[in-house]
Design a protein around this ligand. Sequence first.
Ligand SMILES: Nc1ncnc2c1ncn2[C@@H]1O[C@H](COP(=O)(O)OP(=O)(O)OP(=O)(O)O)[C@@H](O)[C@H]1O
Length: 273
Amino acid sequence: MQFMQNSQQVPPVAGSMPAIDILSAHGLTKVYSNTRNKVAATALNGLDLHIHAGEFVSIMGPSGSGKSTLLNLLAGLDRPSAGSLFLQGQDITQMTADRLALFRRRQLGFVFQDFNLLDTLTLGENIALPLSLDGMKGNTITQRVEEVMRLLGIEAYIKRYPYEVSGGQQQRAAVARAIVHRPALILADEPTGNLDSASARALLALFQRLNRDLQATILMVTHDPLAASYSQRVVCIKDGVVFQSLQRTGDQQRFFQHILNLLAQLEGNNGLE
Ligand SMILES: Nc1ncnc2c1ncn2[C@@H]1O[C@H](COP(=O)(O)OP(=O)(O)OP(=O)(O)O)[C@@H](O)[C@H]1O
């Protein structure tokens, strides 16, 4: 299984930063206007962000800094008030609703805090969904589902329903569903929030493996500095703009310490919840 298939994408050269932008946001602004009390809230205030192909990036920031708003815009669930947002070289802010829905289905993979698996479908059927929605043939779907379940070590549970497996196994199935169609970008929203610490570490190690071995590009929103230390770069948002971007240089323990230092720099560090 390989994520880099598009001619626009090239695998990163070992030891150097990959140069192709999967995501490129310029002056991204979102103002929520409340018609009732006529008070506007600026959630994003001209944010610039670039994510290269093959990067694993964490987004952090205090409560109310704009993380969810950013994720909603990246997911195409909401439109910005101003600015451009290029994914795979296409400005999704200019797409019609239909094109955006197709783009989202093909190019993005989502992993949520509460897994979002359908209870009435088996794990195998849940994972098959993005492929069947895209009209793929049954045999090919079966092959792809089995391949991805093997990759994630959950092939034994293909016929089980979500309520018949553990939280960690459900989240692995959710990751399988997010990657089965080989999206350009995986968006993860607090993916470890509902997992015990052992399952959380296993999931983060899995993200690292997908990133390292398959060059999957991952953007993860997290409040947890330990979770963020599994990624290669932390982008800290404050008041709707990028406060600082921190690249991992040494080992994970050292990066974890750098992240803690960065969080300590943020005004009202106790707002990180
Ligand atoms: N639908 C909305 N209407 C009005 N204001 C909103 C709306 N959604 C978010 N906001 C405001 O926009 C700002 C950014 O909110 P957002 O939810 O993006 O922050 P966040 O960083 O995800 O916070 P948290 O970590 O608490 O989830 C906040 O001031 C919030 O009150």
